[in-house]
Design a protein around this ligand. Structure first.
Ligand SMILES: [Zn+2]
Length: 135
């Protein structure tokens, strides 16, 4: 339990560069990435610019690749449909346009939240499986 928390200096710049190029070539582009922390048994959602560290304990965590859920595409579709509707109807008042778009925004938001939760659950399962394999 009480392990040395300052072991992060082991990963040199070469390892880091390799990891960067690996994640770039992996096709998992996007604004966020998922990392699994074996110490807390937690998945953290980080921006792709950040280091692979647990958000809770700041220890090195390993990235888990998660494919996008259908909710992500559904949310994007809903948003696109709403925007298209606003453009097509061309309402004179901004308030009306926003009122028209609002339900679409809400649906898109809840869909993306759902998708994020599903992706996080998937990342957790994969992280646990990966930990079991590596020991
Ligand atoms: Zn942690």
């Amino acid at each position: 339990m009480n392990r040395n928390s300052h072991g992060g200096a082991r990963a040199g710049p070469a390892t880091r560069a390799a990891e960067k190029s690996l994640s770039r070539g992996g096709g998992s582009h996007g604004p966020v990435k998922y990392v699994y922390c074996p110490s807390c048994d937690e998945v953290s959602v980080l921006s792709s610019m950040e280091d692979d560290r647990c958000q809770r304990c700041r220890r090195p965590a390993f990235p888990v690749r998660v494919s996008r859920r259908w909710q992500y595409w559904a949310s994007a579709g809903v948003l696109l449909a709403g925007t298209a509707l606003v453009v097509v109807t061309d309402l004179p008042q901004v308030e009306l346009r926003f009122g028209l778009l609002l339900p679409f925004l809400l649906v898109a938001f809840s869909l993306s939240t759902w998708g994020l939760r599903a992706a996080k659950a998937g990342a957790l399962a994969r992280g646990r499986a990966g930990r079991a394999r590596t020991g």
